[in-house]
Design a protein around this ligand. Sequence first.
Ligand code: CP3
Length: 354
Amino acid sequence: MSERSQQQTGRTAAHDSAFLKACRREAVPHTPVWFMRQAGRSLPEYRKVREGIPMLDSCMRPELVTEITLQPVRRHGVDAAIFYSDIVVPLKAIGVDLDIKPGVGPVVAEPVRTRADLDRLRTLDPSDVPYVTEAIGMLTAELGSTPLIGFAGAPFTLASYLIEGGPSRSYERTKAMIYGDPELWRDLVDRLADITAAFLRVQIEAGASAVQLFDSWAGALAPADYRRYVLPASAKVFDAVAGYGVPRIHFGVGTGELLGLMGEAGADVVGVDWRVPLDEAVRRVGPGKALQGNLDPAVLFAPTEAVEAKTREVLDAARGLEGHVFNLGHGVMPNTDPDALTRLVAYVHEQTSR
Ligand code: CP3
């Protein structure tokens, strides 16, 4: 089979899945479920195959990526797979000197603070990430009718790592650039938008059925500043992939005040953290978009009956939505009992089967 027809086959097989139907706001046989960070440290089989292999190295090995991406699908019976990678992979691929430090997160050797630093950020070419194309080809063949979600970090969140040099609580250097040198900031996020768009295009061309833009830390901004300094760059990313017709999901943490703007940026599905109930979120987002969320990931540490009660609250709040994809309000926490996740998938399916 030619590469192109293989990609088409992957997407065609997944076309009628509950996940893609919910994203398109069509009727579903049951509410689809997947979890952000479903692949990873909550799974013993993940820790086993990752033994001795640094995080970023693992993202560049297609067979390992395929295995890790499939692990939660096999174990939990989730309705979608999410590509195992990281938001900093495209930056690494264009030559930014960075690493993911266990227990810390991405650390950038030489932070981006000046116009001269910007020159180190060239555009991404598909040939920079051959392992992504290869892994997605292998994955879609294995996944059959289960859709694969591609993803990337949004310009603001990527910029925050590049400017701060690592994870941050208060984003002081990032905000210093936004307010102190808005022209440099705009050029930086515009360049990151091109890199992100190119990275998403590679994943869609290789066979991803949907994409999620993670603006994990956008909740640090007030709505007026988000609109002025961030929305144009994220909208550029969404516009760049609109022509493929694959659902585009937009997610951030602590973004209750930004939900309307995050929809406006061009998303088909808006991800909601656990702080805003879905019946209120839909009021903020407005009609014509599906919602994704939003069980507090920490609830999974409570007894099963409590998890089920909190899950019913989410499902009740989702009743009037045009489309609902069940997820956690943020990623799976590392110490989560994997069996609690398996039970949760079954519970959502059972409660929503029609
Ligand atoms: O299952 C999935 O969701 C797919 C894999 C995935 C990873 N990172 C793998 C990973 C996804 C979607 C991401 C996205 C990502 N990476 C985000 C956005 C999502 C979010 O959480 O808001 C962000 C902010 C990052 C940056 C990043 N990478 C952080 C903050 C960390 C945690 C550092 C730590 O050790 O506490 C990482 C590392 C990372 N990315 C791990 C995994 C499985 C853990 C590292 C390991 O296993 O050694």
